[in-house]
Design a binder for this molecule. Structure first.
Ligand SMILES: C[S@@+](CC[C@H](N)C(=O)[O-])C[C@H]1O[C@@H](n2cnc3c(N)ncnc32)[C@H](O)[C@@H]1O
Length: 458
């Protein structure tokens, strides 16, 4: 069957932007045919040039604006759009927060769940400079060693000094390291030839502790001019507590290798989340935006309604952030997580904080739920914080059988959240409070939220 496609590559059309996708692209319709246009906002009138045509949609680029949205802000630097550091950076922050709230509301409406209310998104007072971790590639650009970020969908490095959404101390640290690598002629890794020394610079900084960790990822066992570079970092970054070499000598897209060598200072740095002290080593997972993580998880914990007598399951517990914070308000907490290293960190952090009523298990949450159910475990509250794909159906069924009074759902994907709300209804659980979105990643399209489900049917 021949498809009737009304647009052609490289042709230009006048168009009105009618929507914004969940990925932050504007949508225009040309004879009802959808065209996705980056950097275009609803209400804008534009001239669009078609860049790519597929069978049911096309991509386009804005060539000119006839009318701009009142929600548009000037992007500080076009590099943030080119690299995808701030894909919503052209939208006013208040409009970003509404965009996130509406995304959940629209998906609920499509599922005929309009009766569930969605609260305004909890945002940040300063929605930039929030990231406590940077992983920047190092490459030769026109013969000079540069640090920066890749252009979207490519391995072309765009040199950047101010990353806008990262802690500025981290940005400064990267420049100090870059200048030392240049000064001592350390060669950047070349992924085509597999030659060169330095691949990536990773920097972490504790939000409360201010402790800085610098990780130099090398393609070689030895870091040339090690002493000079370490001395230069210690002098140039007063808050540094740990300098580590991570060896990654494989031809891979993975950023970090498995082997770490502490070159100076401690093996780990520390920071607090929800009053718990966490040890962070080079390979540990740790929340990227601590201020908003505290608000997101505190919302979840407050809604659990704990008084010290309850048994709580924290599914997809990662390094146990929620479990360890919940432990002081519960009788017993059980955490399950698929990554063994994260569970090691959770146990390590429980011991360091003197927490004895949290038990952590490595495994697939869906399988562990079936085991707990068979063992007769009767949690009062189940907290879930799954990855984007949401919950396995079997986990929802096992939850129904264990019959907790409440399920607190921390979600990073509204589409799977709405699907799972419908599946929970089949088990007798209904949303009893408005959903609370929390902006964990300002300037990006990520949408996090907390939903409270209660057992309303036997
Ligand atoms: C959104 S994160 C939760 C982070 C956690 N609350 C914390 O503070 O560290 C989702 C977690 O689910 C884990 N995960 C993914 N699939 C899983 C599965 N089938 N069973 C258990 N954990 C899984 C991931 O490794 C990740 O740590």
């Amino acid at each position: 069957m021949k498809l009737n496609i009304p647009v052609h590559k490289n042709e230009e059309y006048p168009a009105k932007v009618v929507d914004l996708t969940y990925k932050g692209n504007g949508v225009v319709k040309i004879d009802d045919f959808p065209v996705f246009v980056p950097n275009a906002l609803p209400g804008e009138e534009i001239t669009v040039r078609i860049t790519k045509v597929a069978s049911h949609f096309a991509w386009g680029r804005v060539m000119a604006w006839q009318k701009k949205s009142p929600d548009r802000v000037d992007v500080k630097d076009k590099k943030y759009i080119q690299t995808g550091i701030a894909p919503l950076g052209h939208l006013k922050y208040e409009a970003q927060l509404k965009f996130k709230q509406h995304q959940i509301a629209e998906l609920l409406a499509k599922a005929h769940l309009d009766e569930i209310e969605v609260l305004p998104t909890m945002g940040m007072d300063k929605p930039y400079h929030y990231r406590n971790k940077a992983q920047v590639p190092v490459k030769a650009v026109r013969g000079q060693l540069e640090t920066g970020f890749y252009k979207r969908g490519s391995h072309t490095l765009v040199p950047i000094e101010d990353f806008y959404i990262q802690d500025p101390v981290i940005d400064k640290t990267i420049v100090v390291v870059r200048d030392l690598l240049r000064k001592y002629h350390v060669t950047p890794y070349d992924e085509r030839t597999g030659k060169g020394v330095i691949r990536t610079v990773m920097v972490r900084r504790g939000y409360y502790s201010h402790e800085v960790m610098v990780v130099l990822v090398t393609n070689t066992k030895r870091l040339p001019m090690e002493k000079q570079i370490v001395d230069g970092i210690v002098t140039g970054v007063p808050e540094v507590k740990s300098i580590v070499q991570n060896i990654n000598d494989k031809k891979t897209n993975r950023l970090l290798g498995d082997k770490n060598k502490t070159l100076w200072g401690t093996d780990e740095i520390h920071d607090q989340l929800l009053g718990i002290d966490f040890a962070i080593s080079p390979l540990s997972f740790y929340q990227i935006n601590p201020q908003q993580t505290e608000r997101l998880y505190q919302t979840a914990i407050d809604n659990a309604g704990l008084d010290g007598s309850q048994t709580v399951i924290d599914a997809y517990c990662g390094i146990g952030t929620i479990s360890l914070a919940v432990a002081k308000h519960a009788k017993q907490v059980y955490g399950v997580e698929i990554v063994p290293a994260a569970i090691d960190d959770a146990k390590h952090n429980a011991r360091r904080n003197g927490i004895k009523n949290a038990k952590f298990v490595v495994g697939k949450a869906e399988e562990q739920f079936a085991k707990w159910q068979e063992d007769g475990l009767k949690p009062d509250v189940v907290i879930v914080d799954p990855p984007r794909k949401g919950l396995a159906e079997s986990l929802i069924e096992a939850t129904g059988k264990m019959a907790p009074q409440k399920v607190i759902y921390v979600s990073c994907n509204p589409a799977t959240l709405v699907r799972d709300i419908q599946r929970f209804a089949e088990q007798g659980y209904h949303v009893t409070k408005p959903i609370q979105p929390v902006d964990q990643f300002p300037q990006t399209t990520h949408v996090e939220s907390v939903t409270v489900l209660e057992r309303t049917e036997e």
